[in-house]
Design a protein around this ligand. Structure first.
Ligand SMILES: C[S@@+](CC[C@H](N)C(=O)[O-])C[C@H]1O[C@@H](n2cnc3c(N)ncnc32)[C@H](O)[C@@H]1O
Length: 368
């Protein structure tokens, strides 16, 4: 295997050479490494620096970049696992050259997570994490990280696959990214409740082609009940821009108050907060001084998440303006008009055209 050195954050490791001429270069190497996921790993390092769990499992480590970064950039003892022998050999080489203390295993992630417990369990599979969530919840003493790259099933583009994997009905709307994030959160909350565990989202976001969760698991029946109470639905009018959130275990049946059409429910999904303000403010401060290299994308993500209102859906203000046959003003002016009217209003982290507000549609229309 021909190797090349890459540096992410404060960590340098060897990864297999890739063919840069194909649409997805990571797919051409015998062990997986995707430089476009560096921001995803930056956020994990920042979260772990806030939480200091007693141990960390990178359950699907591939080259080992994620676990190596945690081992090298935090004080947390790490275990790196991959079921692929070639990957574990590369991980050994990387761990040795970094001089970090790490346990390396070559096992099926589900069997490892059924045998051992870790303070923080991290899932980063190819595509869907669904087959690993149950074992990860059992293995996690306190924290859980989940990456999902199967955005088409999560966001409603592949409806039937989404239903099969997440036991929820996605919906391909202009805010489908948020629907995908919240369907995954809802799915984890339901799995956790089986073991009398509640979830507390610490920093959860969607970016480019992936969804990423960082969660605290709280062991008690009442914490699990509290999480279940946060499950609900977004009801979307298929004809006009009306939408509403419902926090309820079973969806109600509604008609659109604006045009009388039956609303389409999407869910069950998580309707609660997706960030913990203390964790996020610590990450923002730490990112300033700790994260090395170009961090403009990371800083923008963290700050937008900080300002984003705690509402489960968004509007694409360009689409709204088109619907109302208006030419929209600059987004900051729209948001200020909504705030001046006494409503919550802010941008969303996953789209430059997205706004969140609790204002009714006629007020949003007048502010465009
Ligand atoms: C997307 S890659 C992981 C990327 C890595 N975490 C990173 O940040 O670069 C997925 C890895 O999961 C491994 N894998 C797939 N199924 C697995 C399983 N059931 N148990 C353990 N490892 C598995 C694959 O061999 C592959 O190396």
């Amino acid at each position: 295997m021909d190797l090349t050195l890459v540096t992410e954050g404060r960590t340098t490791i060897s990864v297999p050479c890739q063919n840069p001429l194909v649409p997805f270069p990571p797919g051409t190497a015998p062990v997986f490494y995707n430089s476009r996921m560096a921001l995803n790993r930056d956020t994990t390092v920042l979260v772990i620096r806030q939480l200091s769990p007693h141990s960390y499992l990178d359950a699907m480590a591939a080259s080992g970049i994620r676990g190596c970064r945690v081992g090298n950039e935090t004080d947390v003892p790490v275990t790196l696992n991959d079921r692929d022998l070639m990957a574990t050999r590369l991980i050994m080489q990387n761990v040795r050259s970094l001089g970090i203390q790490a346990k390396i295993t070559c096992q099926d992630a589900n069997s490892l997570m059924s045998e051992e417990k870790f303070g923080f369990v991290d899932l980063d599979p190819f595509g869907t994490p669904a087959p690993f969530i149950d074992a990860a919840i059992r293995s996690s003493g306190k924290y859980l990280g989940v990456t999902a790259t199967d955005t088409a099933p999560l966001c409603g583009a592949h409806l039937r696959a989404g239903i099969r994997r997440y036991m929820a009905r996605p919906l391909n709307t202009e805010y489908h990214t948020e629907v995908g994030l919240r369907i995954l959160l809802g799915n984890v909350a339901r799995h956790a409740a089986v073991y009398d565990k509640g979830i507390i989202p610490l920093f959860c976001y969607a970016h480019e082609h992936f969804v990423r969760l960082h969660l605290q698991l709280k062991s008690s029946a009442s914490a699990a009940d509290k999480s279940i109470a946060r499950l609900g639905y977004i009801h979307q009018c298929p004809v006009c821009p009306y939408r509403m959130e419902e926090q309820k275990f079973f969806p109600g049946v509604y008609t659109c108050p604006l045009c009388g059409t039956s609303l389409t429910p999407t869910g069950p999904l998580w309707t609660g907060p997706i960030h913990d303000q203390d964790t996020l403010s610590g990450m923002i401060q730490d990112a300033e001084t700790f994260i090395a290299g170009d961090k403009s994308g990371l800083t923008k993500l963290l700050n937008t998440c900080w300002d984003e209102p705690d509402i489960s859906f968004s509007y694409n203000y360009h689409k709204l303006a088109k619907y109302y046959r208006l030419s929209p003003g600059p987004v900051d002016i729209i948001l200020n008009r909504l705030r001046d009217e006494g409503y919550i209003a802010g941008r969303v982290h996953y789209s430059g055209y997205g706004i969140k507000t609790d204002a009714p549609l006629e007020v949003i229309r007048d502010s465009l």
